[in-house]
Design a protein around this ligand. Structure first.
Ligand code: PHE
Length: 482
């Protein structure tokens, strides 16, 4: 839990560029400490990449058509951030701002894994893949242990304890059976256990060790071991944009100028002058300090007088491609037919992942994320029209869920983050966190840079919040000293 607060009152004028999570958080914290903050935001909405799409919204794309979102009431798609780890500062802001949370299911034993290029004939449930991989790994390790292959590493007691662990972990046979893994009901059932004489029909024997290794299903497991991706994870009830909405309310809507595109940043002997275009007119704003939270690739296009070093640093990070498609279905067949209530299917197809909704269980309608992909796969979809993306996503998804995947779609919308004006990327990556990263993490005259791109948690709201806190702390110390 966090107890962040700027101590002492500050009395300076601060212009914040960008009303994404970093900009809103910076203005929010400075406002609490008595600063006079104004936010300039190029778009007609706050939130930046934190965007929740609902029926009635319009989604414009650079060099592409504008999509009208036709999702029905109550259905929404988090086009940007969609999951929060429990340790993240984002959780503290949700508490402070009164944003209600619910569990976001990041891993689900009932969801699927499918590696087409490994020759898998059909997808398997995560539970089945885990039973088989853990089972065979346990068998191999138990055999090696028992045959003395690990005697250099293990004492006799270690061996006993390891064998006892493997027996439970892999559900393998006893020493007399050679510790064989032959499959258990952990793999799942074709007919579920019931009452009386209905013991259930287990899925049957596992594929061979060779087949399991060849399928590559085990490659998916480590994802949920990651510090930022482990269950439990959370999401705001009703959509991730509850966070920027609450921040904007706390900052005060009167302090946020939307439709204001920054065109020039001039650092002065005392203060900063910012030119921006709003309503077709060029305007000027002056302040003691500027906090620039736009993506570096966007800042690199805005003239400034901070020097060639700053310009080179802003041009160093590489924007990353990512995209999503939201598919609203007239029935929640993934729950009705496949017992999948939330979670993620992992594939080696260019759709990469399918996300089942972690809200609205057992409702009539529901909304899937039909792809959430990265890099080259995201570029492939970005180059298409929405209709082409939809067709491709459905054809690929049908490899996993069959023909029903193409039916009963009520509405769809797709986003390609590199084609979002004023943002032009999902997030950025630093070739290395070298001199450029260090430079932009320090004030340049009266200009501070801020955003997830200046943190160790890029592509997470946590990084934006942490960067905002760091920058406002530094600015505040400077103001208190002056
Ligand atoms: N935070 C984003 C997500 O959860 C992007 C990301 C993916 C970041 C994987 C790190 C690892 O999808």
């Amino acid at each position: 839990p966090s107890d962040f607060r700027l101590r002492g009152r500050g009395a300076a004028k601060v212009l914040v560029l960008g009303a994404g999570v970093a900009g809103l958080a910076a203005a929010y914290e400075l406002g609490k400490a008595g600063y006079d903050c104004t936010i300039l935001e190029a778009q007609d909405r706050v939130g930046g990449r934190n965007r929740t799409l609902r029926g009635g919204d319009r989604l414009a794309e650079m060099g592409g058509a504008t999509q009208r979102v036709r999702f029905s009431d109550g259905q929404y798609m988090n086009a940007g951030p969609a999951r929060i780890a429990q340790w993240m500062t984002t959780m503290d802001y949700c508490r402070e701002l009164g944003v209600p949370l619910e569990v976001f299911t990041n891993s689900n034993a009932e969801a699927l894994i499918y590696n087409e290029s490994a020759g898998m004939k059909a997808p398997v449930k995560w539970r089945t893949a885990k039973a088989d991989v853990f089972g065979y790994i346990s068998e191999l390790l138990a055999k090696a242990t028992d045959q003395g292959a690990l005697d250099q590493r293990l004492t006799a007691t270690d061996k006993e304890r390891l064998l006892s662990f493997l027996s439970g972990f892999g559900a393998i046979g006893s020493k007399t059976s050679g510790y064989a893994y032959t499959g258990t009901d952990r793999r799942g059932y074709t007919v579920d256990p019931g009452a009386g004489h209905q013991a259930g029909t287990p899925l049957g024997p596992p594929p061979s060790l060779s087949e399991v290794l060849a399928s590559g299903v085990g490659r998916s497991f480590s994802f949920e071991f990651g510090y930022s991706q482990a269950m439990l994870m959370f999401q705001p009830v009703g959509g991730m944009d509850a966070i920027p909405r609450a921040l904007a309310r706390a900052v005060g809507h009167g302090k946020i100028k939307t439709g204001a595109k920054v065109t020039k940043i001039t650092n002065l002997a005392s203060g900063v002058r910012v030119e921006y275009v709003a309503g077709g007119r060029t305007k000027v704003a002056e302040a003691d300090y500027v906090i620039a939270t736009l993506p570096p690739n966007i800042l690199a296009k805005i003239p400034h007088n901070l020097g060639a070093g700053v310009q080179a640093a802003l041009s160093t990070p590489v924007p990353a491609a990512t995209g999503k498609i939201g598919l609203e279905y007239r029935s929640r067949w993934w729950e009705l037919e496949d017992n999948i209530y939330g979670g993620i299917t992992n594939t080696d197809l260019d759709l990469a992942t399918i996300w089942y909704p972690s809200y609205g269980y057992n409702d009539r309608r529901g909304l899937l994320i039909g792809y959430y992909n990265f890099g080259a796969a995201a570029d492939t979809y970005a180059a298409m029209t929405h209709e082409q993306r939809l067709t491709r996503a459905l054809n690929q998804g049908a490899k996993i869920h069959g023909d029903k995947y193409r039916k009963d779609i009520a509405a769809s919308v797709s986003i390609a983050w590199k084609r979002q004006e004023h943002i032009e990327g999902g997030w950025i990556s630093w070739p290395s966190r070298g001199a450029e990263y260090k430079l932009l993490n320090e004030a340049q005259g009266n200009v501070y840079y801020c955003g997830d791109w200046l943190s160790y948690e890029i592509a997470w709201q946590h990084g934006s919040f942490e960067s905002a806190r760091k920058v406002v702390s530094e600015l505040h110390q400077r103001v208190l000293k002056s």
